[in-house]
Each structure stands twice: as C-alpha cells, then as structure tokens.
Ligand binder design. Structure first.
Ligand code: ZN
Length: 202
C-alpha cells in the first residue's frame, strides 16, 4: 500500500521525498487499515457474552452514537450520529455493544443507506426483536468539500423493521424520543430511505 501512496503523491504533483511527506505513505497505510478494519471484525465475537434473556418488552433506545466512515464513491469521510432502538422479544443486547456494532459497519467503504440497513438487519438477526429502528445523521465531506452541498447540511437515513415499520404510533414515539437536530425533517422520515441519496455518484 505504501508504494501506491507514494505513486499517488507523485500523480498529485507532489514530491514524496520532501520532509513533510517522507513518512506519509506509512501513516496513510496505518490510517486506512484502521478505517477499514470493520471488514475483519467478527460480529459474534463482539457480541459474545452480551446477549441476555429478559422479561421486558418496552422500547430500548440508544441515541447519539458517533460514527466515522468513508464514502465508497470518493473515499472521503462521512460522519455523524446514529440512533438505535428496538423492542425486545425475550432477548436484549448489552447497551455498550451497540456502538461497537455501529463501528463494525462504519469502518468500511460505505454508503450511509447501506450502513443504516446493515446495523438494523444485524440486530434483527441476532436477537429477533419485535422491531428495530436505526436513524443516521451524517455530514458528507465529499459533498461539503466539493461544494456540491451547503457546508452544514447533513443527510438522514433510516431503516425501520417490524413494529417500527408496521405501526405508525411506535415509529412516532421513537422519532419524538430522538428529537433530531432538525425536527421538521425527523417527522418526515420515511420507513425506508430511497437508495442513493446520501452521496452523489459523480
Ligand atoms: Zn461520496
């Protein structure tokens, strides 16, 4: 990878031998390896010992989980907050594991829509709850830095499964608990985000 980064610096018109860049290929390799470490993560290993049986079926909600990812169209960062809720059906996931789960799917080349769906589907698969809802709010540097969008705008994606999809009241209860930074947008969140809206493929 370091040879490729050196080559890239040359293609960009840089001198890879100048002082500030000498160790850059090594740093970039280390950074990219970490930022894509989600591919190698074993979900069962992460969740190991953190799935519990409960006699409880009220909504569990974890707000404001930070995520940092790389958009697969431009290899530039997108980042923001992820909110996760589910209604248990006899089993729960230890709360501290939800941020780990978000990291696993964020540390890849991603689309925000797909990341949102993967988090929701994994929770469904692991504990078979009555419903799962995942909402992500992300700022995409590929749009902001290139002037495609206004600097402070962010993209909201959602995945609603089971009771959150079928029951409008459940969905509203969740969205009200979230109090998204932009409430008007929150109320308009659809049950499923249309494909291809977060990062423009250009
Ligand atoms: Zn992009």
């Amino acid at each position: 990878m370091q040879d490729l980064i050196t080559r890239l610096l040359i293609e960009l018109g840089e001198d890879p031998a100048r002082e500030g860049l000498v160790r850059t290929p090594k740093r970039v390799e280390r950074a990219l390896t970490f930022l894509t470490s989600g591919y190698d993560a074993d979900i069962d290993e992460v969740l190991n010992g953190a799935l519990f049986s409960v006699d409880y079926n009220e909504m569990v909600i974890v707000r404001d989980i930070d995520f940092y990812s790389l958009c697969e169209h431009h290899l530039l960062p997108f980042f923001g907050k992820c909110h996760v809720a589910y209604i248990p059906n006899g089993r729960v996931i230890g709360l501290s594991k939800l941020p780990r789960l978000v990291d696993i799917f964020a540390r890849r080349l991603q689309l925000q829509e797909r990341m949102t769906n993967q988090i929701a589907e994994t929770i469904r698969e692991k504990i078979n709850p009555l419903g799962v809802a995942v909402v992500c709010e992300g700022t995409h540097l590929c749009m902001a830095m290139r002037g495609v969008e206004k600097q402070n705008s962010y993209t909201i994606t959602s995945a609603m499964l089971g009771a959150f999809r079928d029951n409008a009241r459940t969905r509203m209860e969740f969205l009200e608990l979230l109090k998204l930074r932009s409430p008007a947008v929150g109320l308009a969140i659809p049950a499923q985000t249309p494909a291809g809206v977060s990062c423009l493929d250009e």
